[in-house]
Structure formats: structure tokens, C-alpha cells
Ligand binder design. Structure first.
Ligand code: S3P
Length: 174
């Protein structure tokens, strides 16, 4: 059964690193003819640094404050697709902002799938030195309740194509 929901201003994609948020957001933006914004890219542009460099030189707390600032700005826009960083749900304030400004889609995958997708990534400081499925599983579990409570719709992506995921999102929108 497909649940239809009333259309909020924006579409937000949340989920752990490597669940396909950016790829899905890009594809969905073509299908729905909506602009797509990637929060991490926006932060990198503003700071003039890659995410890893921001973590190294200014620390995670600074990065998290950039994240909240960008989210608050984006929440004032309409009709955009927001691809969020994997840690956006960590602050309850962010979860509230997300809920109020968008229909929130949570993309999920198993820790094994995630490891396959992010294994060679050099721009994921949270996983640096921890590139294994035990760590990924543990962190996902710690965040699970925050992801679930933020989501309007949950999509398991493991055996789905980008096309399937977009179709599921489109059919959930009212
Ligand atoms: C993070 C996820 C990353 C990025 C930063 C922190 C996290 O985004 O925001 O490295 O804490 O899960 P992606 O989910 O796009 O990799």
C-alpha cells in the first residue's frame, strides 16, 4: 500500500552516509523539475574547504553549527530537494526544522552495503580509521531512533535501483 501525503514545501533526504541521498536527489530533481541542494557541498563552498579539512582544522562542533545554519536558511526556501549530511538528525533542533519545512524521506541500507559504497571515500571524516562494518553498524544503531523519528517515509535501498527509489518517493507525494 502506498501512503499519500500532503505536499510540504520541500523534499528532504536523510540517512546514514552511503545510503544514496545525493544520487537520488540529483535524479529526483530531474524527474520532478525541482532544484536540488546538497548541504555538504554548500558548506564546502562557504568555508572554501572540503568536509575533511573543516573537521581537521575547525572540529566537528564547528561543522555541526555550519550544518544547522545552512539548514535554517534552506528551510526558508520552497520547492527544493535537500540532500542532508548523514549527521543532520543528531540535533533535535535540526529534526524539528526538517519536519517543519519538508517531507522527509529516510534512505536506509545495511552496514555491509554502506561499507561497499563508502569504502574508498576520502571525504568522510567520521569513518576515517573506522572503515569497517562493525563500526558502521554501531553508529547506525546509535542514530537509528533519531533517523526513524525524523522520517515521514522510510525506504530500504539495498536491492533497489535509483529509479525504484525515485518512483517510491514520487508515489508517496500527494
Ligand atoms: C556525516 C555525514 C557526511 C558529512 C560529514 C558527517 C555524518 O555526509 O556531512 O562527513 O556525521 O554522518 P554524507 O552522509 O553525505 O556522507
Amino acid at each position: 500500500m502506498v501512503m499519500k501525503m500532503s505536499r510540504k514545501k520541500n523534499i528532504a533526504l536523510i540517512g546514514f552516509m552511503g545510503t544514496g541521498k545525493s544520487t537520488v536527489a540529483r535524479e529526483l530533481s530531474k524527474k520532478l523539475n525541482m532544484k536540488f541542494v546538497e548541504m555538504d557541498k554548500l558548506i564546502e563552498e562557504r568555508e572554501g574547504m572540503k568536509i575533511t579539512e573543516i573537521f581537521e582544522s575547525k572540529g566537528e562542533e564547528y561543522f555541526r553549527s555550519c550544518e544547522t545554519e545552512v539548514l535554517e536558511e534552506l528551510s526558508n526556501r520552497k520547492n527544493i530537494i535537500i540532500s542532508c549530511g548523514g549527521g543532520i538528525v543528531l540535533k533535535s533542533h535540526n529534526r524539528e526544522v526538517l519536519k517543519s519545512c519538508s517531507t522527509v524521506f529516510l534512505l536506509r541500507a545495511t552496514s555491509e552495503t554502506i561499507l561497499e559504497r563508502v569504502r574508498y571515500s576520502k571525504n568522510r571524516p567520521i569513518l576515517s580509521g573506522n572503515m569497517n562494518s562493525t563500526f558502521i553498524y554501531g553508529l547506525m544503531k546509535k542514530r537509528e531512533a533519531m533517523y526513524n523519528s525524523s522520517a515521514d517515509v522510510i525506504i530500504d535501498t539495498d536491492d533497489k535501483s535509483i529509479h525504484d527509489i525515485c518512483r517510491k518517493i514520487q508515489s508517496s507525494l500527494g
